[in-house]
Design a protein around this ligand. Structure first.
Ligand code: TMP
Length: 216
């Protein structure tokens, strides 16, 4: 990060969860609610969140990517993240806006390193993110839902499913294990786990209370 007065920077909050956890709709709802309460807050997502990273997203989710190996996908997710940080996340934080991102580096840990079983990438993961983040410390909100329930929800949505959604329950169980493993390494004050199996209004209220307490 640049040498902006640390107190003036916005907060960076990441919503995470497996397929069908509701994180996209809940994080979008939350940004609208916070804006209506007068907070300066920007919604964004990964992969994507900047014009160039959205192009990489299209590549990653395309049918051709079904045949790409996990290391290729890892490199693409990181390239997209670098651009997203430089073009969107950091500039917003530096003018005092808070940023809420639907997915971030925790997804790479859960999907590529754990679910796609690439433990050899762990050291590279840490090195690259230490370099990219340069001291930036995200807060995480994890919407936890049993993988079978999430997958059922994801498949009943009107939007097209991706090649990740189509993997089996064992894959999505490893994704959840990967998230839990990643979050076990984050200081407690920077991670909130919400039971996303509860009624939507309850999940929304908990997400709102959590983020309000972060952004003040
Ligand atoms: P989305 O459906 O939440 O928009 O995300 C697209 C897919 O990309 C989703 O199945 C999870 C996957 N993904 C990874 O595998 N690694 C990553 O680092 C990120 C950000 C997403």
């Amino acid at each position: 990060m640049m040498e902006t007065d640390i107190d003036k920077r916005g907060k960076f909050i990441v919503f995470e969860g497996g397929e069908g956890s509701g994180k996209s709709s809940i994080s979008k709802w939350l940004v609208e609610r916070l804006a209506s309460e007068g907070h300066m807050v920007r919604w964004t997502r990964e992969p994507g969140g900047s014009p160039f990273a959205e192009k990489i997203r299209t590549l990653i989710l395309s049918d051709d990517a079904r045949h790409a190996d996990a290391e290729t996908l890892f490199a693409l997710f990181l390239a997209a993240r670098r651009d997203h940080l430089k073009q969107t996340i950091i500039p917003h934080l530096e003018v005092g806006a808070s940023v809420i991102s639907d997915r971030f580096m925790s997804s790479t840990w859960a999907y590529q390193l754990v679910a796609q079983e690439q433990p050899q990438l762990r050291e590279l993961f840490h090195q690259m993110h230490a370099h990219y983040l340069d001291g930036l410390e995200p807060h995480y909100v994890f919407l936890d839902v049993p993988p079978e329930v999430g997958l059922r929800r994801a498949k009943s949505r009107p939007e097209a499913t991706t090649h990740f959604d189509e993997r089996d329950v064992a894959f999505h169980t490893r994704v959840r294990d990967g998230f839990l493993e990643f979050f076990s390494t984050i200081p407690k004050e920077r991670i909130t786990v919400i039971d996303a199996h509860e009624p939507l209004e309850r999940v929304q209220e908990r997400a709102h209370a959590t983020v309000r307490s972060i952004i003040g």
